[in-house]
Design a protein around this ligand. Sequence first.
Ligand SMILES: Cc1cc2nc3c(=O)[nH]c(=O)nc-3n(C[C@H](O)[C@H](O)[C@H](O)COP(=O)(O)O)c2cc1C
Length: 274
Amino acid sequence: MKLIHNPGSSADIYHTESCNTKSAKLNRASYEMNYERSAAPLGSEKAEAVIEGAPRDVRIKLDVTAVSADMPVETAITNRRSQKDFSRDALPMPHLAKVLYLANGARPSSPDASSNADASSSYGSGSNFNFPSAGGLASTQIDVFVLNVAGVGPGIYRFDRRTHDLVLKKKGNFSTWLKEFGILQIEFGDAGAVLILSCDMARLAEKYSIRAYRLGLMDAGHVSENIYLAAHALDLCVCATAGFIDSEINSALGFDGLDQCALLALGIGLANEA
Ligand SMILES: Cc1cc2nc3c(=O)[nH]c(=O)nc-3n(C[C@H](O)[C@H](O)[C@H](O)COP(=O)(O)O)c2cc1C
């Protein structure tokens, strides 16, 4: 594990100590205390993620203009809510594309966006992204568990915020794996997609040292609210959860859990009308 910021720093210790461990899935009492409604089906069977390989060059171009999310901002803010009663109907790809773009995308119209969107910037250097971030470093990355999205094969993808592509990391249907191992609340396994917000803590720490940890958390919070508002404007069901098993999610995404660490999960999908 590469640690470029003070090994054993209080931020690292806090992060590690506040992780949910695998035992949270096994300890029924602690689980029910927080998530009673969904506790019953737990632990019934073993589920393995079906991983069919990890071709590195598969990119899916997302059309971020096919649908618009033009609800007035006041309506979106005052009507958004957390919902996790996901429909079994597939999430349309243009809707996923729009949410990712609005939450975490570089702006194509910006003169610098194509060449400079990931470059470190200083304060006041301009707005290349649809989200604010400490120092313009864009520390928040979104990885997507595609579970049930029309036109996109199930698997784990990274959202390339500069090109707006989904870049395949692992093929396979992770729905059952998320229910059994990854996330404490099983409803999230029925979402069209689960978005994992992670932080490039190492990059933030290069500039901010120990203060990076608090900045990384705040950066992710801003992206999360963008997801909520965009999803609501598109009439989607959305819910955040910090109730995931850090080590499982980090290892599924190929993160070391410190320099790059998962911070928040959000399920999105069509709302169940029934
Ligand atoms: C950081 C964060 C963590 C959350 N974690 C969970 C969670 O573990 N489980 C859950 O069902 N909802 C979770 N939520 C959603 C909150 O429960 C929800 O926002 C809150 O109850 C208010 O409801 P509203 O969003 O509909 O206004 C989380 C929200 C945030 C911002």
